[in-house]
Design a protein around this ligand. Structure first.
Ligand SMILES: *Cc1c(COP(=O)(O)O)cnc(C)c1O
Ligand code: SF4
Length: 367
């Protein structure tokens, strides 16, 4: 580790220095106050999924708490080495719908594009960790060419979702190049970016980044905040920069046992995301079947109870959709318990927000 934070000489220098000042490799963990159990498994866990924590995120960890929710997201733990039957390498079926390298096309109007398989932070719960380890490559113009040719040849595609890996771990120049190449495809309308950078490395949200992304396409940035302690003043400033640039900001969280599976935590997260950061909670993902994550998964029933209570406590715009991404490319489907209890002809029995059922009789004109 180095604490040599030099003045930025190039547009990307400041945030790159914060990456260098954090944990970049499993050996950098040695100087941290890890538990004996964490120390014992770090090498083996890092072989299955890389270790990387930028300085600002590392600084959020309360080392006096063995169960700290920030620590739980980035420091390898013994639970990761536990093989549980039913877990999968490709839990959401990315590969099933991949016609060319670095692209997944499951829904007609939108594709996932993987400009890099590297991230600024590696999250222990990542559902793509197998790809990040086995593919692991970064961005080159050539590597993306087949995917761009594919998009160009499919006029039904309106939206390109940059994911990975973390697209915002790339330098401005690479992002500007990707944006320009996409902009040249006339049927594209929206550029969406899935990223954990505003959480783990908010200094990366610079005016240079905004400039690299701004252009003809509508830009939506989907952040990935999981815990209210991640909503720092720096993250808030990063989101303000992006909002002022006209980007639409949404958030997806993963429901994680010991991180955000308490109603007070989830409530503060969703409320403050919307009211303070101006980020609309979009999805709350049920834990997928990524390997070594049984210790972080909740049951679906627990998740349903949490989101039902969240709906009672918070405004509609603060509520994410609770979804599961099904194996074999089954897609994202809602898990929220239905309020419909049954129907008798045109009369439906529907449970209200107070838990009491009401009758609703349909009245529609015949014409
Ligand atoms: C999640 C996902 C999308 C985006 O889905 P939305 O519901 O529009 O957010 C698109 N393609 C694939 C393959 C996905 O997994
Ligand atoms: S930033 Fe996203 S892709 Fe990268 S490790 Fe975290 S969850 Fe996975």
């Amino acid at each position: 580790m180095t604490t040599n934070l030099k003045q930025p000489a190039a547009p990307d220098a400041a945030w790159q220095a914060e990456v260098r000042a954090g944990v970049r490799h499993v050996r950098d963990l040695a100087s941290l106050p890890l538990s004996a159990a964490e120390r014992a498994v770090m090498q083996e866990a890092a072989a299955a999924h890389k270790v990387r924590v930028p300085k600002p995120y590392l600084d959020l960890i309360d080392w006096s708490d063995a169960n700290d929710p920030i620590r739980a997201q980035v420091i390898p733990s013994p639970g990761e080495l536990v093989a549980t039957e039913g877990e999968l390498d490709d839990p959401i079926g990315d590969h099933v719908f991949s016609p060319v390298p670095r692209l997944t096309h499951r829904h007609a109007d939108r594709v996932l594009l993987f400009p890099t398989y590297q991230c600024a932070v590696y999250c222990r719960f990542c559902f793509r960790k197998e790809s990040l380890t086995s593919i692991g490559r970064g961005y080159t113009s050539e590597a993306l060419e087949p995917a761009l040719v594919y998009i160009d040849g499919h006029p039904e595609i309106r939206e390109v979702i940059l994911t990975g890996g973390d697209p915002l771990s790339l330098p401005d120049k690479a992002l500007a190049e990707i944006r320009a190449r996409l902009e040249a495809i006339p049927h594209l309308r929206l550029l969406r970016i899935h990223t954990r950078v505003p959480v783990a490395l908010p200094s990366r949200i610079t005016s240079g980044l905004v400039e690299a992304l701004q252009g003809r396409l509508m830009v939506t940035v989907v952040t990935h905040f999981n815990h209210p302690r991640e909503l720092t003043a720096k993250a808030e400033a990063a989101c303000r920069t992006m909002r002022q640039a006209g980007f639409v900001l949404l958030n997806q969280s993963v429901l994680l046992k010991g991180v955000n599976d308490k109603i007070e935590v989830l409530e503060e997260l969703c409320r403050e995301l919307m009211y303070r950061l101006g980020v609309k909670p979009y999805y709350l993902h049920h834990g997928d079947l990524a390997r070594g994550m049984a210790h972080r998964r909740t049951t679906i029933a627990q998740g349903q109870a949490l989101v039902a209570e969240l709906r009672r406590r918070l405004s509609g715009i603060c509520n994410p959709a609770y979804v599961i991404d099904l194996p074999d490319g089954g897609g994202k489907v809602p898990l929220t318990a239905s309020h419909v209890e049954g129907r008798d002809g045109e009369t439906w029995r529907i449970r209200g927000q107070d838990g009491k059922a009401r009758s609703y009789s349909e009245v529609v004109a015949d014409c």
